[in-house]
Design a protein around this ligand. Structure first.
Ligand code: CA
Length: 220
């Protein structure tokens, strides 16, 4: 997924960004509301993590503005323990969930996964394809029941393919999944990672559909 993190506390923002990236998501991090508005207008984020107290205003105003213009992208609000009123207001304003600071990063991962599944209309986190099972909640791939360790970038590709199981995903969409690891994406980056995935999981795991893109195949 591609996420927007709106958080002005440097240490927290840094920790959250690192965790989300490690989980295989693409994340952009901004510290101000005006930057968040600009980013939302420019990029098709699939989830927003929103701190409520920012240097140039309240996160709730951003959330309300999103909902007013019909932007239904999931928003997870980040609040302090004593901000009960904020949480209630946030949920009433259309937030999908909240986390109370300081929160456990494992819980962050779990909440993001739950929101993503709900947003995707798919409450079933584990997908099966041939001899492979893909557990999107825990970011695990198993081949014949045996877990295969993947890097964050490899997982990002698998997750993008799994989100559209049975259909062909264009190379450009897989490139998008790689973009937000903070570096340039080489023109052959998708091929390189697909090749590594095939080495780890078997050549039949990902099918190349010439001229169109890639599909999780599982040999079926
Ligand atoms: Ca803040």
């Amino acid at each position: 997924m591609r996420l927007l993190l709106v958080e002005d506390e440097p240490m927290l923002g840094d920790a959250v960004r690192e965790r989300i990236s490690r989980d295989g998501h693409a994340v952009d991090w901004v510290m101000r509301l005006d930057e968040a508005e600009a980013a939302l207008a420019a990029v098709g984020y699939e989830l927003v993590l929103l701190d409520l107290h920012l240097p140039d205003g309240r996160g709730l105003d951003l959330l309300r503005a999103m909902r007013q213009r019909g932007d239904r992208r999931p928003v997870l609000i980040l609040t302090a323990r004593d901000q009960v009123r904020d949480r209630i207001e946030g949920l009433n304003a259309g937030a999908d969930d909240y986390l109370v600071k300081p929160f456990d990063l494992d819980e962050l991962t779990a909440r993001i996964g739950a929101i993503a599944r709900r947003a995707g209309g798919d409450p079933t986190p584990t997908l099966t394809q041939g001899s492979y099972s893909i557990d999107r909640a825990h970011r695990r791939v198993r081949k014949e029941g045996r877990e295969v360790a993947l890097t964050a970038r490899e997982w990002a590709l698998v997750d993008r393919l799994a989100a559209r199981l049975g259909t062909v995903v264009a190379k450009s969409q897989l490139e998008d999944a790689l973009y937000e690891f903070g570096e340039e994406v080489e023109s052959n980056a998708v091929e390189v990672h697909v090749s590594r995935l095939r080495k780890k999981l078997g050549a039949e795991f990902i099918e190349t559909v010439r001229g169109l893109g890639y599909r999780l195949s599982g040999g079926e």
